[in-house]
Design a protein around this ligand. Sequence first.
Ligand code: GDP
Length: 471
Amino acid sequence: FADLLGKSVSEIMTKLIALGVFATINQEIDFDAASMVASDYGIEIEKEEEKEEVEVGLEQAEDRPEDLKERPPVITVMGHVDHGKTSLLDAIRKTHVTAKEAGGITQHIGASEVEVRGKKIVFLDTPGHEAFTSMRARGASVTDIAILVVAADDGVMPQTIEALSHAKAANVPIIVAMNKIDKPGINPDRVRQELADHGLLVEEWGGETINVPVSAHTGEGLDSLLEMILLVAEMQELKANPNRLASGTVIEAKLDKGRGPVATILVQNGTLKVGDPIVAGSAYGRVRAMVSDKGKNIKKAGPSTAVEILGLSDAPEAGDLFNAVKEDKIARQIGEKRKAKFREENLHATAKVTLEDLFKQIQEGSVKDLNIIVKADVQGSVEAVRQSMVKLSNEEVKVKVIHGGVGTITESDILLASASNAIIIGFNVRPSSAVSSLAERENVDLRTYRIIYEAIADVEAAMKGMLEPEY
Ligand code: GDP
């Protein structure tokens, strides 16, 4: 700072001491102190734009509308277990990838491309809303349309409803594939009714949701399903700019014994080329080779293309975002900085929900569900608490009792709470000291009460930010 002002260090130190700042020669001083000293010399200083250092080298200009081109839709298949998600994906791949294209071997890279009327559709190979939501939890959004598979003979089941909520939460349009219509005695209207009961109204009944009867076994309806996907995609006007450095999301990644780190990525904007320096999560490198879902080596991949890439320093994680950058140096710098940041963050146990912080977390939007585990000495108390707690739900938070049982609080309760970000409430039961210290290590909020009313009052107060602090 003294150098910049063209003054001696001791002179600047004297000035600082006059301001009450006792700085050593290599100590950082804050902006206010620096600007006061500078103003003594008639110099005005400006604050440097504070940028997330990690992102330097990643920023790119916004796409101009005229540079945007239509891109293929990316699809996730969801639904209840055994309703035919995997069979449907297989059937679509078999019937819509020509033998010539496939060259006999389809490569399982995590996504597959099919062509309908000269237009491409990309399917993510891992079905289910869990995969979909875990990606979302990492900040990635890859799915343009969700196919909700409902077996016509079984109807709407718990995971159908879950999938529905997950897709809705992500604001992704839903197409219902009513599967197994080859089975005798099925009643599609019953399924439509059940969907309506859960807030999904099909077109035939005046709603907006397209539903297509299909059979993964006979292939019936698959063509119309694909047509409908293209139709919905057209309405969405999916676009990207192929003429820029590529960016997108890691779909899956692994460490291959022979080939080293291998990642399947979905290019979402720009075009990725062999030789491009790239950073994916904290992994970095240069694209050494790209393999398509048909097992072909390719040189470049445009928007909505899934490719397996080689050349990364290590395996990134599914859901990590990737960027092609101008120079190797930039990729390395960003990757190394992110690694350091992750190491630092891993030192601290992940923050869990606590009654003390609940209100703040609700305000920040980081808590939408308040998960509770209830343990009590008698079943009657468990039920009484369960019912009262659920009633505390409001627009901002939903209170859910994810587990309730009779008996003392156990290590397994703590682990369940830790994994599900839940708090534990005990009535007339006490944890052993081993269990208490596990709760502490796992950052789990564990509270014991003798009177049910007090527990309810505490949770209610915490939700409103009016909980008396514990001393
Ligand atoms: P997933 O758990 O949703 O992936 O379901 P699967 O694809 O594994 O299918 C579950 C079962 O349903 C398997 O035994 C399939 O053979 C069967 N299945 C899937 N699709 C159809 C269909 O269209 N018709 C009939 N009859 N059975 C089907």
